[in-house]
Design a binder for this molecule. Structure first.
Ligand code: AMP
Length: 395
């Protein structure tokens, strides 16, 4: 459970409430939003505040303008889309200083239930350095602070951490609460058996996740490119597959320590080139010279399904193969389809597995899809997230 105050624990009526959202949405070259997931995820908190008579001042970063007012990274398109979603005007406080005269005037003119969106907080170089002056400027606009940006909760910036020094209380929004509830319960108080599935390209980027999860799970399934370093540790040949030689010893140690808790692929879809149209075949065990593993094979899929069949909680991070190429997407898609049918809490934590589940059209069949790639990874590593730690304790 999240032991922090939430939006319902404070009286918001008539108050100026600064809400840190994660509106870091992808745009195309015409500055059109190509995926509104994060905007939709922010709506419950915004709607609650509007309905309860708050003056709602929204802020977020978008992309990496690196302290410059880069017009292509303006939040103006977000204000427009948000207005459509809420069915009411969201005033965009266009202001290269974020908290400049325009923003101050827009806030001063607010009535209860009004919504203002500030400009991209990363237009200010201080933002990512958590500099006091900008935190104070943000805080000066409001009486209360709500953090609902799970996607940046693993960073300590002005708009999610610094600002909490100057506005109290600082409370959690519904999205942060939901993320922590699902990820937290899954990892710390799961209904068992708990099975984690890890995939993606590298062992090196997921070592802390592997170590933390091994302490908690009943089974840890490993697929994707990271499996081949484990193959090498088992003494198998890996051809031209992704391999991190520096981590083979580490993988051996993990295999020794984890025993049958670790479940690895037994067969592999291999190809001669990293190309969707390259001739491919399935091999068991060794991967021959000149061939690379690009997906888990059919026996591995069956084995993984057997392990998952009685799972009551599943956490998944990282694809089982190069799912971006249709000929090597089967392992990932079959796991996604199985999770969609499973009578279990299914939590999709981060990045490419989210993309894979959505691509398969199965997003609404999962219990929870995390909106924060990096933040959910750090959570799975067992780290405290500064954006959450900074909020006011419930008791
Ligand atoms: P990550 O960001 O570490 O979660 O890795 C995700 C990426 O891993 C995706 O772009 C996949 O295409 C890639 N990936 C998964 N399996 C393989 C593989 N067998 N060979 C090369 N890349 C892979």
């Amino acid at each position: 459970m999240l032991n922090k105050l939430n939006v319902e624990s404070v009286d918001v009526k008539g108050k100026r409430v600064l809400v840190r959202c994660d509106f870091n949405v992808p745009l195309n070259d015409k500055q059109e939003i190509t995926d509104e997931t994060r905007i939709v995820a922010a709506l419950p908190t915004i709607q609650y505040l509007v309905n309860n008579g708050a003056k709602v001042i929204l802020c977020s970063h978008m992309g990496k303008p690196k302290g410059n007012p880069v017009p292509e990274l303006s939040l103006a398109p977000v204000a427009k889309r948000l207005s459509e979603k809420l069915g009411k005007e969201v005033v965009f406080a266009a202001d290269d200083n974020v908290v400049g005269d325009n923003a101050k005037a827009a806030v001063a003119a607010m009535n209860e239930g009004d919504v203002v969106l500030l400009q991209n907080t990363r237009y200010r170089a201080e933002e990512t350095k958590n500099v006091e002056a900008f935190s104070k400027e943000l805080a000066s606009l409001a009486d209360l602070f709500v953090n609902d940006a799970f996607g940046t909760a693993h960073r300590a910036h002005c708009s999610n951490v610094g600002v909490t020094e100057y506005i109290k209380p600082a409370v959690a929004g519904y999205l942060i609460e939901k993320e922590i509830k699902f990820l937290g319960n899954a990892v710390n108080s799961p209904v068992r058996p708990l099975v984690a599935i890890l995939g993606g390209s590298k062992v090196s980027s997921k070592i802390s996740v592997i170590e933390n999860l091994l302490k908690k799970v009943d089974k840890l399934i490993i697929g994707g490119g990271m499996a081949y370093t484990f193959f090498a540790a088992q003494g198998k040949t890996t051809g031209t597959s992704l391999l991190e030689p520096d981590y083979i010893e580490y993988a051996k140690k993990m295999l020794d320590e984890a025993g049958d808790k670790l479940v690895l692929p037994v067969d592999t879809v291999i190809a001669e080139k990293f190309d969707n149209d390259a001739p491919s075949k399935v091999v068991e065990g060794n991967i021959p010279d000149g061939w690379m593993g690009l997906d888990i094979g059919p026996k591995s899929i069956e084995n993984f399904k057997a392990v998952l069949a009685d799972a009551k909680t599943v956490v998944w991070n990282g694809p089982m193969g190069v799912f971006e190429m249709s000929n090597f997407a089967k392992g990932t898609n079959e796991i996604a389809a199985l999770l969609a049918e499973l009578d279990a809490t299914t939590v999709i934590g981060g990045g490419d597995s989210v993309a894979a589940v959505n691509k398969a059209g199965l997003g609404d069949k999962m219990s929870h899809i995390s909106t924060g790639g990096g933040a959910s990874m750090e959570f799975l590593e067992g780290k405290d997230l500064p954006g959450i730690v900074a909020l006011t304790d419930a008791e």
